[in-house]
Design a protein around this ligand. Structure first.
Ligand SMILES: Cc1cc2nc3c(=O)[nH]c(=O)nc-3n(C[C@H](O)[C@H](O)[C@H](O)COP(=O)(O)OP(=O)(O)OC[C@H]3O[C@@H](n4cnc5c(N)ncnc54)[C@H](O)[C@@H]3O)c2cc1C
Length: 430
């Protein structure tokens, strides 16, 4: 990989997500050599992916070049590489661009969509975990309406304009709300010769309430907001399959739909080479101790979504969200320096800053430690927090300007099919 050996210990970080960047920033100006590896050359701000899928934001405004994050740091190297395997016995990584040795390794690879082994859902459903996937979804949504214009068969047209979102967590709720707003504010103008009132948005949740990681108050209010926007919320319904045309559930309930978005689960994006049978815990995440050290591997650490730190208080580990990843990255930065200086490590202590989700214009729900609130104020708080955590001054400005424009004009200008999504529509012609 052409990275010179230095007299400092080499720390290799796999993944420039929330955790990896926070860690890299903490290690700047320390007596270590840091190599950051990522299969993309950008950091992706996943909480706003649904806005890319629904034409509210351009993808560039939620991505940030990883090389720019590291500008001005001494002893830092970035390589665009996918890590294929870890050889812990040799302290070596096999990657798409060659091998690399490490003194300390940090796995910060995040998570990937979990279809729970259902290959039919995986092949025909849409995931929304990366920028390319969000662009695919954006194209598909728009292509469905273009296709709906071409038929005079009501049944076929309804199926093309019927959207099924599986998973009532923040991603599902936010996407459903955004689609409902498009239906109301944009479709009638864009498609005056199509009866877009017949478009339907179904949000399906297997549990008995949406946003089940938030308070009952937040769940109830979010459901009210969605219903006001015209979203059909199905609770206690478990989706079992989707052949590209019909969504089946455990009961007789079925949906004819050209679009199924799977937002019902994630699992740790682990890298081959570790003794996974011993290590994997809930959600296919790597078991780590209170110092984020992977159990059984003293020189390997894991942070963020891929790590599961089980405690009495949190038997399933920390929530797979940005805050635990950022806080673990920062803490590990300090601990790695302490480890090198042969000082005792400090255990990780998570500060829960609360959670929030937006449903649409002026509609959000916020659960803070001592305060729960919903509505317009929650929506402003949601926007402020997302702008604050977005990386890069330009991105903040662009997102802010887009939001103001969209708010004033009731518009979403990025409704463009730049990269057509290849969808076989022939099955809807039956
Ligand atoms: C649609 C969506 C909405 C979300 N909304 C919210 C929200 O509102 N609030 C919130 O707190 N959280 C939200 N999350 C969750 C949040 O984004 C994650 O918890 C967070 O990104 C985890 O950070 P991380 O550093 O562990 O991993 P990530 O940020 O996912 O970064 C992982 C990095 O590792 C790289 N990588 C993976 N495997 C390899 C490999 N083998 N080789 C090289 N590189 C690799 C990836 O390219 C990526 O850059 C959302 C997630 C999604 C998908």
């Amino acid at each position: 990989m052409n990275i010179p050996r230095s007299s400092f210990p080499r720390i290799v970080i796999i993944g420039g997500g929330f955790g990896g960047i926070a860690l890299a920033q903490r290690l700047s100006r320390k007596e270590v050599q840091v190599v950051l590896l990522d299969k993309n050359n950008y950091h992706c701000f996943q909480p706003l992916l649904y806005q890319v899928s629904t034409g509210g934001l351009e993808p560039d405004s939620i991505a940030y070049p990883l090389r720019k994050v590291l500008i001005g740091y001494d002893n830092f190297f970035f390589r665009l590489a996918e890590v294929l395997e870890i050889e812990p016995e040799n302290k070596l990584l096999n990657t798409s661009i060659g091998t690399l040795s490490y003194d300390y390794l940090v796995v910060a690879t995040g998570s990937e969509t979990n279809f729970y082994g259902n290959t039919e859902l995986e092949q025909n459903g849409m995931a929304m975990k990366t920028i390319p996937q969000s662009l695919n979804l954006r194209s598909l949504i728009l292509e469905n309406f273009e296709q709906a214009l071409l038929t005079d068969d009501y049944h076929e047209r309804d199926a093309l304009m019927n959207f099924v979102i599986v998973g009532g967590g923040p991603t599902g709720v936010e996407l459903a709300g955004a689609l409902a707003e498009i239906k109301k504010g944009i479709l009638p103008k864009d498609y005056p010769d199509l009866d877009t009132r017949r478009a339907t948005i179904n949000l399906i949740q297997s549990g008995d309430r949406i946003l089940n990681a938030m308070s009952g108050q937040a769940s109830k209010k979010a459901e009210d907001f969605l219903e006001k926007l015209g979203v059909q919320v199905w609770k206690g319904v478990r989706v079992t399959g989707y052949d590209g045309k019909t969504v089946t559930t455990r009961t007789d309930l079925t949906f004819e739909s050209a679009t199924l978005v799977w937002a019902a689960g994630v699992k740790g994006a682990t890298v081959a080479g570790l003794d996974v049978k011993e290590l994997l815990t809930t959600g296919s995440r790597l078991a780590v101790n209170e110092f984020n050290q992977v159990v059984g591997y003293p020189e390997i650490f894991a942070i963020g979504d891929v790590a599961c730190m089980q405690t009495d208080e949190r038997p399933n580990g920390h929530p797979m969200m940005a805050q635990p990843a950022i806080q673990q990255g920062r803490q590990l930065g300090e601990n790695l320096v302490r480890l090198i200086e042969k000082k005792p490590l400090k255990p990780f202590d998570y500060t829960d800053k609360g959670s929030m989700a937006t449903v649409g214009r002026n509609k959000a729900v916020c659960d803070l430690e001592h305060l729960k609130f919903q509505g317009v104020f929650a929506w402003f708080v949601w926007m402020f927090v997302h702008l604050f955590f977005l990386i890069g001054f330009r991105n903040r400005v662009v997102v802010f300007v887009n939001w103001v424009y969209n708010y004033i004009k009731f518009d979403r200008e990025a409704r463009l099919i730049i990269r057509p999504y290849k969808r076989d529509y022939s099955q809807f012609k039956d």
